[in-house]
Design a protein around this ligand. Structure first.
Ligand SMILES: *Cc1c(COP(=O)(O)O)cnc(C)c1O
Length: 427
């Protein structure tokens, strides 16, 4: 697979390079030069998830990796299912929260971890990241036990929920956690300093494993095929998919799936009150506002970092603007929709409810809708219980984590102390 930097067309890289480097010159994101449609979509739809995903990823990555290697990586990464649940006539929910951290980011995170552990060729790699909650867990679980890779996670002490914290601080082994006496911004500032520190960068082989990494997007393409494969055959050609969107990576993966030949009639990228994209589509002016805090906080993004990729596909007519919708759902509407969906017998947390609402706004009378559930309701326990006046059971992965001991070390908010600590421990 050949890719180029969307901000600097001269910068051309292979898939392996794009995964290792992450972000290109001028903070530009990498994107494939072209996408060759799959010739046998109907046959692929008959395969099981792992077998089909191996073939799709092998097709995308090309001859940089042997098919058997890709197959092994997919088997390791996708060791949990994506489920399609019927919610009402012609409307289905694609549940992406059956992985170890109960959110869809497990798909991309785990495949990226497979890529980095194959590509690092025995060199030492240290993933350094700051978390305000969910990314820490997804990264920690994805890289847990990976050879030659250490993970260092900084989080603001006492400022994230116990459930979130215990999902990563109880793992141990190659996962090293620091509870920082400061804010999330302080944690992020220390991570930034480390990436500017050449000695630390060299000796630890620092990598950020961040959300812009192309390997995540390619992994996410696979569950769109799974969704369509699980539809009744007569309904497959009419799929209208609604994706709850923050950084627009997930909907970008849906567009790649469509470009590969997956029948997708329409796509809705639905946002919360952070509505930069819906306003842009209406006015053609890019005017991000200050970011607002919402119930669907994983989508509190006003400058979505994957938008250039989506726009590239739309501008080059890889997917038609006519079939692309983006609406914003405000807080009151989110709560009302959670009630509506619950009354239909389905329990949706705020992100999922937003996807449902976006779908209903544009679904054609003869269309077949799929909305994505990106997180398990228990991940947003407080707001779900409060809004719906119900009590939720703890799913097993969360209950197990809560019962374990926190292994994080306390750390003062001082980069020099962090630096000494990780050099002694990991270099
Ligand atoms: C990250 C996230 C989103 C947004 O996905 P993007 O790819 O950033 O658009 C939606 N829901 C949940 C639960 C998330 O964690």
């Amino acid at each position: 697979m050949l890719l180029h930097n969307l901000k600097d067309a001269e910068q051309k890289v292979s898939f392996v390079e794009a995964v290792k480097v992450g972000l290109g010159n001028n903070q530009g994101v990498f994107f494939p030069n072209s996408l060759v449609p799959l010739s046998n979509v109907d046959e692929l739809l008959e395969l099981d998830f792992v077998a089909r995903s191996s073939k799709i990823l092998s097709h995308l990555i090309g001859d940089e990796l042997p098919e058997s290697t890709v197959q092994q990586m997919v088997q390791n990464a996708f060791n949990f299912p994506a489920e399609l649940v019927k919610v009402e006539d012609n409307v289905y929910c694609l549940e992406l929260f059956h992985g170890p951290t109960l959110a869809f980011k497990d798909f991309g995170g785990r495949f990226m971890a497979e890529c980095l552990s194959v590509f690092n060729e025995g060199n030492k790699t240290t993933i350094l990241t700051a978390t305000s909650g969910d990314t820490g867990a997804a990264v920690a679980h994805a890289f847990y036990g990976k050879k030659d890779i250490d993970v260092v996670i900084l989080y603001p002490k006492g400022k994230i929920s116990l459930a979130q914290q215990k999902l990563f601080t109880t793992l141990g082994n190659n996962i090293h956690c620091y509870a920082v006496d400061g804010s999330f911004d302080d944690c992020q500032a220390m991570v930034k300093q480390a990436f500017l520190d050449d000695e630390v960068k060299q000796r630890l082989g620092l990598n950020s494993a961040n959300s812009i990494n192309i390997s995540r997007l390619l992994a996410q393409v696979c569950y769109y095929f799974e969704a369509v494969a699980k539809l009744p055959k007569a309904e497959r050609a009419k799929a209208h998919i609604s994706v709850p969107s923050g950084n627009f990576g997930n909907v970008c993966a849906a567009m790649i799936a469509a470009s590969l030949g997956l029948p997708v009639a329409k796509l809705s990228a639905t946002t919360n009150q952070n509505d930069t994209v819906p306003r842009y589509l209406a006015s053609k002016e890019w005017m991000p506002n200050a970011t607002l805090e919402s119930l669907s906080n994983a989508m509190d993004v006003s400058k979505p970092n994957n938008w250039p990729r989506v726009q590239f596909m739309l501008d080059n007519n890889w997917f038609s603007y006519d079939n692309f919708y983006s609406h914003s759902v405000d807080e009151a509407e989110t709560k009302a929709v959670m009630h509506d969906v619950y009354a239909k017998g389905y329990l949706a947390e705020p992100h999922t409810a937003i996807a449902y609402q976006g779908l209903k706004q544009d679904l054609a009378a003869d269309g077949v809708g799929i909305f994505l559930s990106t997180a398990h309701p228990a991940k947003f326990k407080e707001s779900v219980e409060d809004i719906l006046s119900i009590e939720l059971d703890m799913p097993k992965p969360l209950a197990d984590a809560l019962a374990k001991q926190c292994l994080a070390e306390d750390l003062v908010n001082d980069y020099q102390v962090l630096r000494e600590n990780i050099l002694v421990k990991l270099a």
